[in-house]
Design a protein around this ligand. Structure first.
Ligand code: PLP
Length: 452
């Protein structure tokens, strides 16, 4: 750190302060974790300096033998861990992994003579009319994914994201009464819309998805099933999600991040069956820039860690903790979307405390509890202010906290939310952002959180 400080002390200070923050607060953001020292060290080194566009053995640069080793070891661990036919470990993030997957499905599935010729490397022979046809063919495809307020992700065809602009998009929600995925409604939407890609996977859905049924629906309408398991990859790796709930045997293509419940470096990954492997491997340079060899090294380490028996124990404890936290909150009167959780996350409807998600998020942060606000189904406060707080247990479980401590965490969250009242806007009217926390609550809870 002294080498960093000598160049710009502000950066050294920010790094130090971040370590302090992460130690002193309760990290309940469902998508965050603590990577191991081995993962961090595999990432902070000279591999970072190497250019290696292409894939293993087929690079556009000389001198890539060490990157080839790193990339093939990471892919081998990924294949073995998840039982996948093919793994592509280059994506720099989850969004990039999804873009690679979209490209692969488009390239493999869209019936476009111009595209086939382009794919067969006759690019220079294509006429202007061919290019026009190719753009039309690629641009007129349909995607069906889970809506954002039901817990889907921005990249699953949501309009502000490029996925919602590239594809004609429709979304499926959850049953308004139960909050659960309604497979009959998904099937009906798929029959009517006939998407090229049916996406399953979520960022804020607290239950399990049956991927066998999703695949049946996809097959019935000729869609490719893509599962984005970014959030729950650690639960799949740890064999907590098996059978119908493991996406890998059911989906033709699976994307993930590596830094959430999987506990690796920030990054993404694509798993697929052999029919899509060639197109997926063209991710770089088709969609991605040069790979990050240092991050692929860290992915290899994280994936190897996830193959150890102790990771299965870790994954099970994530879910046990999540249930204990949810039950602790509900016992104290909190309302949870779907009435509980089956995975690593839960969604508190904070309107029961008379708050918006934005107010609750800020009050919890004052008390050393780091969460994020999140829309709930049919959220009257929209995606910015929201009515929900998403909480997840992967990070606290890494820290070694167990179900007994989860009850204390539930108590702390409830104490803050019950002790917070909405503030007023500048014009004196009701505010969705400002809030007041009862005297002493923040300090007392922050101290108890730091002691955990
Ligand atoms: N997919 C899902 C389901 C996610 O929850 C996220 C991140 O929150 C992403 C993709 C995007 O990952 P990244 O931030 O690494 O691009």
């Amino acid at each position: 750190i002294e080498a960093v400080r000598a160049v710009d002390p502000r950066i050294a200070d920010a790094i130090g302060a971040e370590i302090e923050d992460q130690r002193a607060s309760l990290k309940l953001i469902a998508s965050e974790n603590y990577a191991s020292p081995a993962v961090l060290l595999a990432m902070g080194n000279w591999l970072s300096d190497k250019y290696a566009e292409g894939t293993v053995g087929r690079r556009f640069y000389a001198g890539c033998r060490n990157v080839d080793t790193v990339e093939s070891v990471a892919a081998e661990h990924a294949r073995e861990l998840f039982g996948a036919q093919h793994a592509y470990v280059q994506p720099h993030s989850g969004i990039d992994a999804n873009l690679v997957a979209f490209w692969a499905v488009l390239a493999a599935r869209v019936e476009s003579p111009a595209l086939q010729r382009a794919g067969a490397r006759q690019v220079n022979d294509l006429t202007e009319e061919d290019w026009e046809a190719l753009r039309n063919d690629l641009g007129n495809q349909r995607m069906l994914g889970m809506s954002l307020d039901a817990g889907g992700h921005l990249t699953h065809g949501f309009r502000p994201n490029i996925s919602g602009k590239m594809f004609h998009q429709r979304s499926y929600g959850t049953n308004p009464e139960t909050g659960l995925v309604d497979y009959d409604a998904v099937r009906a939407a798929a029959r009517e819309f006939r998407p090229l890609i049916l996406i399953a996977g979520y960022s804020a859905y607290p239950r399990l998805v049956n991927f066998r049924v999703m695949r049946e629906i996809a097959d019935e309408v000729g869609a490719t099933l893509m599962v984005d398991m970014a959030h729950f990859a650690g639960l799949v790796a740890g064999k907590v999600l098996t059978g119908d709930f493991d996406p890998v045997p059911h989906a033709q293509i699976v994307t993930t991040t590596t830094h959430k419940s999987l506990r690796g470096p920030r990054g993404g990954m694509v798993l697929c069956d052999d029919s899509l492997a060639d197109q997926v491997d063209r991710g770089c340079p088709m969609v991605l820039g040069g790979p990050l060899p240092h991050v692929m090294a860290a992915k290899a380490i994280a994936l190897a860690e996830a193959r150890r028996p102790e990771f299965r124990d870790y994954a099970q404890r994530i879910v046990d903790n999540s249930r204990a936290l949810a039950e602790g909150l509900m016992r104290r009167g909190a309302r949870l979307v779907t009435g509980g959780t089956d995975n690593h996350l839960a969604l508190i409807d904070v309107s029961g405390y008379g708050l918006t998600g934005r107010q609750a998020e800020a009050a919890l942060l004052d008390a050393g509890i780091v969460t994020n606000r999140n829309a709930i189904p049919q959220d009257p406060n929209g995606a910015w202010y929201t009515s929900g707080i998403r909480i997840g247990t992967p990070a606290l479980t890494t820290r070694g906290l167990g179900t007994a401590e989860m009850d204390e965490v539930a108590e702390l969250i409830h104490t803050v939310l019950a002790g917070t009242t909405p503030g007023t806007a500048k014009n004196g009217g009701p505010s969705k952002a400002t809030y007041a926390l009862a005297a002493g609550v923040a300090d007392e809870v922050a101290q108890r959180a730091a002691d955990l």
